[in-house]
Design a protein around this ligand. Structure first.
Ligand code: EPZ
Length: 417
């Protein structure tokens, strides 16, 4: 299993070009099957999750060309409408293909996504919305069988602003005659990016970024080119790395307008944050102050995906910090690894209390999931001595060229196969 070996104690100093957003590109790659011909995606990050999505596209019959950060998807004449078990097990978020495959073929056969490391990840909101759009759905032998019995618009109310369900509805309704409305829609920037791409293809979607999205069905979608927005979670992770190491970092290409809740927490810690349209600069203060209570919420609230990296940073704050994880039921698995490094953290249910400041020491730890792995990177930069992080294939799912980017900022990090 691949590992990172990180020497703590160096200040992170330098510039980082921020990668394209993983959670924007995945649904956009699903949308790319909705036109015949080539869709071109720029600023596409090189990640395991993108590689696995490319496998799904190839399994459907797409031709793929991926040069540097430019990914071309040619869905001319594709005929596959299934996502097999082995692909779904590799990446459960392939569920985002459901709406697009149904729009393209009027049917879909996909293996049940099941849960993952951070929770059981139900898809009831996805399936209920698809049924309202006229899709007949049966589940048997571990597969979800979908057939569009009638193409009908719907006025859909989500009882939780689910990101994936919002995206699946946009993909399933964009060529459905009439007006479909999503009430209590997710408001994440990645939803806005999907709307932008679909409208470039000729869709008529309005309201992404608000809690009410309207989708006027069109009869055809055309090829388009699109540049993916920067990854706000990766951006905030690098800021946490810089502050944990007592350093200074310039994030080039970051979009601070997507990061309000995260930046305000860092400012409350005492970090000096400077931002303009092209970059974000973070300068470490002499001491970090505790951040009080942080509750993860749907956007624009504090993102669940940055909870664990910021918890690792909170171990370096003086005083206690409280984290409440409201989104996923099993997203504290990084805590026992941080405790092995000397952190003082107590968790009970969805609440974790961090007592800082802890003098962390390097240790052998294992990434429990994608963002829990990122938390261990943050902690390793603050720790005295050598930290060995195993299971880094989790981290490779969402962080492009992490060791190159940290090394360019003076961090001693090596990958060992
Ligand atoms: C997306 O997952 C992101 N993944 C997640 O990022 C992110 O944590 C999450 O949104 C919340 O922001 C991608 O975009 C690929 P949800 P998604 O549907 O769509 C419940 C990362 O680290 N729910 O908004 O699966 C669910 O159990 C990943 O990059 C239902 O109950 O998230 C959870 O409690 C992790 N029924 C909550 O909603 C449903 O049908 C949020 O889920 C769907 C969801």
């Amino acid at each position: 299993m691949s590992r990172f070996i990180i020497e703590g104690g160096s200040k992170m100093e330098g510039e980082i070009n921020v990668q394209g957003s993983k959670n924007a590109v995945l649904p956009i790659l699903a949308a790319a099957i909705l036109s015949d011909g080539k869709n071109v995606i720029y600023n596409c990050p090189r990640l395991r999750d993108v590689d696995m999505t490319i496998e799904v596209l190839k399994n459907l019959g797409c031709r793929i060309d991926f040069e540097r950060d430019c990914l071309e998807v040619d869905a001319s004449g594709i005929s596959g409408y299934t996502i097999p078990d082995e692909l779904m097990r590799q990446m459960r978020s392939s569920i985002i293909f459901l709406g697009a495959i149904i729009t393209r073929f009027g049917k879909a056969e996909i293996s049940m996504p099941g849960g993952c490391e951070i929770g059981n990840r139900p898809i009831d909101l996805h399936l209920s919305a698809l049924r309202q759009l006229g899709v007949g759905i049966t589940e048997s032998h571990g597969f979800i069988h979908c057939v569009r019995e009638k193409s009908t618009p719907a006025d859909i109310h989500l009882n939780f602003p689910s990101v994936g369900a919002t995206e699946n509805i946009m993909l399933a309704a964009c060529m459905t005659d009439g007006i479909t409305t999503i009430n209590n829609a997710a408001r994440e920037p990645e939803i806005i990016d999907l709307e932008r791409f679909l409208n470039r293809m000729g869709a008529r979607i309005r309201g992404a970024g608000s809690d009410r999205i309207t989708i006027e069905g069109v009869h055809k979608l055309y090829n388009a080119a699109h540049t993916i927005i920067p990854d706000r979670i990766v951006s905030a992770t690098y800021l946490a790395c810089a502050l944990a190491s007592g350093g200074t970092v310039v994030l080039k290409g970051a979009d601070s307008s997507h990061m309000g809740a995260m930046l305000s927490v860092l400012k409350n810690m005492g970090a000096e944050i400077y931002e303009d349209k092209q970059k974000i600069v973070a300068v470490s203060p002499r001491r970090l102050k505790s951040i009080g209570t942080i509750k993860t919420m749907p956007y624009p609230g504090f993102p669940t995906d940055i909870q664990s990296p910021f918890m690792a940073l909170a171990t370096q704050c003086e005083g206690s910090s409280v984290f409440v994880e409201n989104i996923f039921e099993n997203r504290f698995r990084h805590i026992e690894e941080l405790v092995r490094m000397g952190a003082d953290i107590k968790a009970d249910g969805r609440v974790a209390v961090v007592i800082g400041k802890s003098a962390l020491t390097g240790a052998r730890v294992a990434a429990p999931d994608l963002r829990g792995g990122a938390a261990l990177i943050v902690a390793a930069l603050a720790a005295d001595g050598t930290t060995e992080i195993e299971n880094i294939t989790y981290i490779d799912r969402g962080y492009e060229a992490l060791e190159e980017r940290l090394s360019s900022c003076g961090i001693d990090i090596k990958r060992r196969e």
